[in-house]
Design a binder for this molecule. Structure first.
Ligand code: ATP
Length: 465
């Protein structure tokens, strides 16, 4: 990808071509390669979206985006093919090429599918749901669970874009979305989070007698006994015992979940990654040595210009850290937003929508959106705090949480684009935690000087080239 960057008066790098205004962005103006279904951000027209990368990557047999087949050969219905092409997808990615024929074969077989972040897993399961439902039957037939409302909403936007030439009807099972007195869902595809899905089924608002596809996105997270595992299992136990194709997808399947996944989706076809394939090459990983907690804040502020070249996501351990940083930066005149689970549903939706549209360029958040969120213009992720096991598992120690790290940095570098991640370390403990991440992933995390803005800028420029 050639990212045109120039220096501004203060020596910071900025995109060479000013981004078009939001309202002016012509439909599909961005990357001809992958027009996201969600909104037309000003940045889609910026120099960051260069389709050459995609074309190059899709002919490189070592890339997870490579495929020998075409969508036509994968046996899709014509109206779905039309939907796929209208989204700018020319060729399937590796996971789509491998998974779709198995997912669409009859009789339906369960699937446990793994592929790196940003390589197109969503399309694989969305196309399966859209292929399997009977549009003449006004009853729920495919359920899809995701770990956050933000991800459920994003998956829905893919369903509506891909299914726009079908008569599909969809409904959410997320908090505060349905009217309280809703009595009967007749939509065919339901997407939501496990607690609300369970509630709707129990209250018989959602009749599951005709359900034939059950999808878990971010499946390792959805099945983890220390996380959403209980609720997900309860939803499954409310479904008919037989005749349901169970589809599990994630970029990570740690060993302790793998066994459970095989029981949850018995006799599944499996597509697995080797440990050394887990993170994608196009995300360049850096770290910065900060003197202490306060210095982390100062460094973040000094990075602001770089963070706003494209868009950035800053991950913190605690909600209150996210709020505090965002309040301080805002008070100092920077434009940032914060998003976490303590905010109410409407507020969360508004914040992520504004970020998607490029109205805010810096989003300060917690693990709530570490997984799945697909915003192509995000070219930088900062781990203000490294992810630790004890945030996810009660009583666990302070080992780094490798899976969450992989998902967090995977918010950049989507579908072959270049991205940068920066870890802040500020003492021996955090340095050792980062070293463990480096070892686990088998990839070098490069140091960037905190006091040399020129070097920082140069390294980042190189990484985004
Ligand atoms: N065949 C394709 N051609 C072009 N773009 C594609 C294709 N398939 C998917 N994309 C785009 O690639 C991006 C990443 O896809 P997706 O969100 O499905 O990744 P993922 O594998 O689910 O990632 P994660 O593990 O982070 O959830 C999306 O913007 C999507 O529109």
């Amino acid at each position: 990808m050639s990212v045109a960057l120039t220096k501004d008066d203060e020596g910071f790098i900025t995109p060479a071509v000013p981004a078009a205004s939001t309202s002016d962005a012509p439909e599909g103006s961005a990357s001809t390669a992958a027009v996201p279904p969600h909104g037309n951000s000003e940045l889609f027209a910026s120099t960051f979206e260069v389709s050459v990368t995609l074309a190059d990557q899709q002919v490189n047999p070592n890339s997870p985006l490579y495929s020998v087949k075409t969508f036509q050969e994968l046996g899709m219905r014509p109206e779905l093919l039309k939907g796929i092409f209208s989204m700018g997808f020319d060729k399937p990615s590796k996971i789509q090429e491998k998974a779709l024929p198995l997912l669409l074969a009859d009789p339906p077989t369960n699937m446990i599918g793994q592929s790196q972040s940003g390589t197109g897993k969503t399309a694989a399961f969305v196309l399966t749901m859209l292929s399997r439902v009977n549009y003449d039957l006004n009853k729920p037939q495919a359920l899809c669970l995701a770990p956050s409302r933000e991800l459920a909403r994003q998956i829905m936007s893919v369903v509506t874009s891909m299914g726009k030439y079908t008569n599909v009807q969809t409904e959410y099972a997320i908090k505060d979305n349905l009217p309280k007195d809703a009595t009967n869902i007749s939509a065919q595809i339901i997407i939501g989070t496990p607690g609300t899905m369970m509630d709707l089924i129990r209250r018989k608002v959602l009749d599951v007698s005709e359900v034939k596809v059950f999808v878990l996105d971010e499946a390792d997270n959805m099945l983890d006994q220390d996380g959403l595992g209980d609720q997900t299992l309860r939803v499954k136990n409310l479904l008919p015992r037989t005749g349901i194709q169970i589809i599990l997808f994630s970029a990570t399947f740690p060993d302790h979940v793998r066994n459970f996944a095989s029981k949850f989706a018995p006799k599944a076809n499996k597509i697995e990654l080797q440990k050394e394939e887990l993170s994608v090459e196009n995300i360049r990983q850096f770290y910065m040595d900060c003197r202490n907690e306060e210095h982390k804040y100062d460094i973040l502020v000094s990075l602001y210009q770089l963070l706003t070249i494209g868009q950035s996501i800053i991950f913190c351990q605690h909600r209150h850290t996210a709020d505090r940083i965002s309040q301080r930066m805002t008070a100092e005149g920077h434009k940032v937003a914060s998003l976490h689970g303590a905010k109410d549903a409407g507020e969360r939706d508004a914040i992520i929508d504004r970020f998607r549209e490029g109205r805010e360029k810096v989003l300060i958040t917690t693990n709530v959106i570490a997984r799945g969120i697909d915003i192509l213009q995000v070219n930088m992720v900062v781990n203000y705090d490294l992810p630790l096991m004890n945030e996810r598992i009660k009583g666990a120690d302070e080992r780094p949480d490798i899976e969450t790290y992989i998902h967090r940095i995977g918010r950049t570098g989507r579908f072959g684009r270049k991205g940068i991640s920066i870890n802040f370390v500020h003492d021996k403990k955090t340095w050792l935690q980062m070293e463990q991440i480096e070892k686990a992933l088998g990839r070098k995390i490069m140091r960037i000087e905190t006091n040399d803005l020129d070097e920082m800028e140069e390294k980042m420029k190189q990484a985004l080239k």
